[in-house]
Design a protein around this ligand. Structure first.
Ligand SMILES: *Cc1c(COP(=O)(O)O)cnc(C)c1O
Length: 325
């Protein structure tokens, strides 16, 4: 059983409805700018700072939007989610706020900060090995055994609509943009971003950015089918997905974003840039957009550019080691 049976593609109206549900629940995060960075990139760059969102990443938006629409029976039975981290914390916090019992399936090697935060929200944890075990299978089995509603990390209309509120807010605050860069894992954030961008800034070019070693979305769009890959080994742990979802693939195919990639060393360079110019901590996955924008700065000269910084959950010691390395 999934959180709701909806397989229809979400629309911009669903993003707007999600925004109303999230009002006063999610933070309306800052849009930051740096004149020095603008000068360096030769463009006007607006950073949407979801590293300041509740649980430290945009995923609270999709999780809360989904849980808020469960039936009373589903709320009583509880929810289950599988995640390498941020979706886990998001479901755990949304469940705590809405007083829904939550079980989270997390890999053994998930960052300690993410594991501890998830447990602190009162969720029950089930651990697994991300290189040998199938988290979707484990999640589905728990859902069936205990009658829980499965809250998928990206392939769900309510999740996608919730994630779309990030770019809705950015465009409301920044106005229309020439280009927008969005981190890409399973495609929930990018799908929601496309719905918001097409409605509020129709001429904006939208770029999804995935890890270079895990370019399944790029290949899926090129081949016209959902390409499955082995779990990619990258520091972008929030984008270690093995495939797009049915809904996210359908939206990406329809809207035709350009999918770019970034290598790990480019992500570290972007982390360094963000701490240097904006004084903010962004996790490796959250840097995918800036890394790609930096690599194509020539093409962005004089343009108004949005960059979604999708999260900031990285252990301080790891952050330091990555910058020193
Ligand atoms: C989950 C996540 C992503 C990728 O989002 P998808 O909806 O799976 O594409 C990007 N950045 C961060 C910080 C995340 O937690």
């Amino acid at each position: 059983m999934t959180a709701s049976a909806s397989t229809a593609l979400p629309t911009y109206d669903d993003v707007a409805a999600a925004a109303a549900r999230l009002a006063g629940r999610a933070h309306r995060t800052a849009v930051l700018r740096s004149r020095l960075l603008d000068a360096r990139l030769g463009a006007e760059v607006m950073f949407k700072c979801e590293n300041f969102q509740r649980i430290g990443a945009f995923k609270f938006r999709g999780a809360f939007n989904t849980l808020a629409q469960l039936s009373p029976e589903q709320r009583r039975a509880g929810v289950v989610a599988y995640s390498s981290g941020n979706h886990a914390q998001a479901v755990a916090l949304a469940a705590q706020i809405l007083e829904v019992p939550a079980t989270i399936v997390m890999p053994h090697d998930a960052p300690e900060a993410k594991v501890a935060a998830t447990a602190a929200y009162g969720a029950a944890l089930v651990r697994y090995d991300r290189y040998t075990e199938d988290r979707e299978g484990i999640g589905r089995a728990l859902a069936e055994r205990d009658g829980l509603a499965l809250v998928p990390p990206y392939d769900h209309a309510d999740v996608i609509a919730g994630q779309g509120t990030v770019v809705k807010e950015l465009l409301e605050e920044a106005g229309e943009l020439d280009a927008l860069f969005v981190p890409l894992g399973g495609g929930g954030l990018l799908s929601g971003s496309l719905l918001a961008a097409r409605a509020l800034s129709p001429a904006c070019r939208v770029y999804g950015v995935e890890p270079a070693v895990g370019n399944d979305a790029q290949r899926s769009l090129a081949e016209g089918r959902i390409v499955h890959i082995d779990t990619p080994r990258t520091i972008a742990d929030g984008a270690q997905t093995q495939h797009l979802g049915e809904l996210t693939f359908a939206i990406l195919r329809r809207e035709g974003p350009t999918v770019l990639t970034a290598a790990d060393d480019e992500l570290v360079e972007a982390m360094r840039t963000l701490v240097t110019y904006l004084k903010i901590v962004v996790e490796p996955t959250g840097c995918l957009g800036l890394a790609a924008a930096t690599a194509m700065a020539e093409d962005l000269r004089g343009q108004r550019v949005g960059v979604v910084l999708s999260g900031g959950n990285v252990d301080p010691a790891r952050f330091g080691a990555l910058l020193a390395g």
